[in-house]
Design a protein around this ligand. Sequence first.
Ligand SMILES: [Ca+2]
Ligand SMILES: [Ca+2]
Ligand SMILES: [Ca+2]
Length: 364
Amino acid sequence: MFRPLRPSGIIMITLAVGLLFGCSRPRQQPLPIPRPPAKPFLDLKLPSDYGPSRPGDRIAFANQYSENGTPNMEICVMAAPDWRVTRLTHNPADDTHPTWSPDGSKIAFQTNRDGNFEIYVMNADGTNPVNLTRSAADDTHPAWSPDGTKIVFTRRRDRRSQLYVMNADGSNQKPLTPSRRKCMEGVWSPDGEHLAFLSIPRGENASEIYVMNADGTHWRRLTYNKVPDVAPAWSPDGSKIAFQGLPQDRDFEICVINADGTGEPVNLTRHAALDESPAWSPDGSQIAFCRRDPDAEPPVNDILVMNADGTSQVNLTRSAGRPDIHHPADPAWWGSPNPHPSAGLAVSFCPSNLLKPLLTARGG
Ligand SMILES: [Ca+2]
Ligand SMILES: [Ca+2]
Ligand SMILES: [Ca+2]
């Protein structure tokens, strides 16, 4: 669209013309040939304001690498405009579940590099990884508070899982939920007032989505379907919670429910593949998620992006034939007020003996 030139634009053109006609450059030197901008390798319909260094211009995720033939996960970031992959961790252990600090300067993640799972934090360029939890328990699923001062995480030991909260420097670790109830995958509401999380209701054996006040009081159960619901992710406006569910008890779908518990969950993906780990874009218009479909041709094992109503599902990573992406997992969209802890733990609730029948039921 044509826009009238601003005074600054006129000055820039004057400068450019001056340079072009050699005010300061000897004539015999060839002028640099301007290169065309690098062609994005993906034809993505992403909002045009996802330009470099704007909210939404990058997604942290976990990506599989192989060291001496042994696969393990690493934290990576892919960034606009071409969504190229930058690897941030280099460790033979599993590094997964990245979550951005609200100012985008740091990434917290889980890793078992020290023998059991710990929450680590590093700079957003991968430098200076620091062990925050230093406990004998398994510490997983970090999520940053919207004001950046705290991290909620899951601590698992002796078959108990509790939500813990700590200061963002690892100090003052304390439980938020009672040890008698299994609780996992806490994630703050954008206003910091509430936490969505998973718990297994008494007398049942599948995790459901709950919401509580940020101090651990006043639990509300949101889902009642008796199949595992995991990976809650709050919409940036706080009105909805996306999660990974089993609406037809067949394969995982990305679902969304009102955060106040009203209405019924809506199935957004409706696809005969495993759809996992929703992550909202910062403006709430889109959701990134993982899709695993070994039966597709070529097989799909990718991060996709769709509109928040489930339309326009676009494969972001297109990993088939790409050497730099294997089993991408746990997308976390930078600039989102509520980067979520994602759904890798889904495996804890949907272990291979359950996944197999799911795949078999689809003819896999
Ligand atoms: Ca690793
Ligand atoms: Ca630990
Ligand atoms: Ca599905």
